[in-house]
Design a binder for this molecule. Sequence first.
Ligand code: HEM
Length: 535
Amino acid sequence: VRFGDQELARGQGGEVHQVAGGDTPVLTTNLGTPVSDDQNSLRAGARGPSLLEDFHFREKIFHFDHERIPERVVHARGMGAHGYFESYDSLSDITRADLFQRKGEKTEVFVRFSTVAGNKGSADLPRDVRGFAVKFYTKEGNWDLVGNNMPVFFIQDAIKFPDLIHAAKQEPDRGFPQAQTAHDNFWDFISLTPESMHMIMWAMSDRAIPRSLRFMEGFGVHTFRFVNAEGKSTFVKFHWKPRLGMQSVVWNEALKINGADPDFHRRDLWDAIQTGDYPEWELGLQLFDQDFADKFGFDVLDPTKIIPEEEVPVRRVGRLVLDRVVDNFFAETEQVAFCTQNTVPGIDFTDDPLLQGRNFSYLDTQLKRLGSPNFHEIPVNQPRGCPFHNFQRDGHMRMTVNRGRANYQPNSWGQGPRECPERGFTTHPARVEGEKVRLRPESFADHYSQARQFYISQTEIEQGHIAAALTFELSKVETPAIRTRMVSHLRNIDEGLAKKVAQSLRLELPEPAPAAMPTRMDLQKSPALSIILNG
Ligand code: HEM
């Protein structure tokens, strides 16, 4: 039968079939057996019960039943694309990382942008942080720069991450709200976590509702280390600067966009790349040494602090271009596995306690999410710039067929790869010593100065947006004590802001929060803090 542009066949019961022929291949089972009929299950008589021997039906349903994998525990909603990174200069004086050795060198990349708190099916424009994760397929291994669109973070120690995320995700009894907006648990946790105040200023600013993914900055957040061929270490902060500049929407627009097109950011990125309008960012570095770190007023290991660009200017060292959409969302965007520990010779960690915790967390969660220790064999995760060889073997879904007798070394069969002291990754021998303690350093104790600096760096209109965002969010908080605690923090950031928010919420101005992070001793001694804690 001809139906519009389709040539269809009819089955005995009158149902339509599209049949193979010409360029159209034959439908088969997963093991290649050709299928004659994909419209009807095998039954005992046309109106009879289904038969267990229908292997095609069982395989098809079995596979479908297992299609979903767990969504990411955070950053579940994301959008990925392929592209390249091009170095402007050789940085061999500061790092031996291969991708930075040659001017003009191009390195393949895969980038995934994400929201943090919402589930996989949530909308693109909640007031939230955005993930900005880049996988560089370098000639000496994959390097992942797993960043955000804000340069600081809510907490100083990874041990608080489960609490932060539990508080930010939907509340456990009622299952809402889905995103980090307007709820008691989130603001309860934040109001009891003074170290989050700097990040809260960013998260309540226009940066949390970007116009599109193409108009966002990105940051590696932590202080990392570059190490050159002579073993000299330089501290580095990573920045991504969008070629299009930075733009945001206002809250009113964000709400409408979420309603009209929850895929607004996804669609924008897809359309831009498909029409050849390739999004571009420049990679910027802030480079400094131990002397600067010792003199700087804040601890460079504290991820709630920035290094002002006026003090250490950002040096632009290359550009990132996204020029290819994915072929398959699941295979690439869902299955990609970024990890702060994926690093290469020449790029090393510092003792930032948030970074140290992240280094454990990603690999661990990905084993659960992707289901097998062999997830590095999924094409999007495999190294592309270099081969990989080791003696790790077997496990669920192993794809590589390892040959030979030796699955260990040293071996006397001359089989398999060997270590390479000259080219291999070596950890920078930073000196460490100390007692085993659970103790926040005093140098991490100032939670308000940089929050204030950020607030006063904003234009009047932007400051108005921050006040409006805080008012809107806190007005949805039902527990009065939480609102009061938040305003008492604001008093340490900016008196004008605190007054504006208090007035809009019809609150009396509370005492300012105690300024320094209290130690356990202070907690017992301080009546002021117990007032704050008890509202
Ligand atoms: C996922 C950034 C802190 C645990 C992600 C992703 C980004 C990101 C961009 C999404 C990756 C993707 O697109 O697949 C950051 C930044 C942080 C931070 C910038 C702080 C500076 C932490 C901490 C932990 C953590 C402290 C835990 C201790 C995770 C986990 C995932 C994730 C478990 C899901 C990974 C997956 O399932 O593939 N993070 N994160 N993150 N992050 Fe973080």
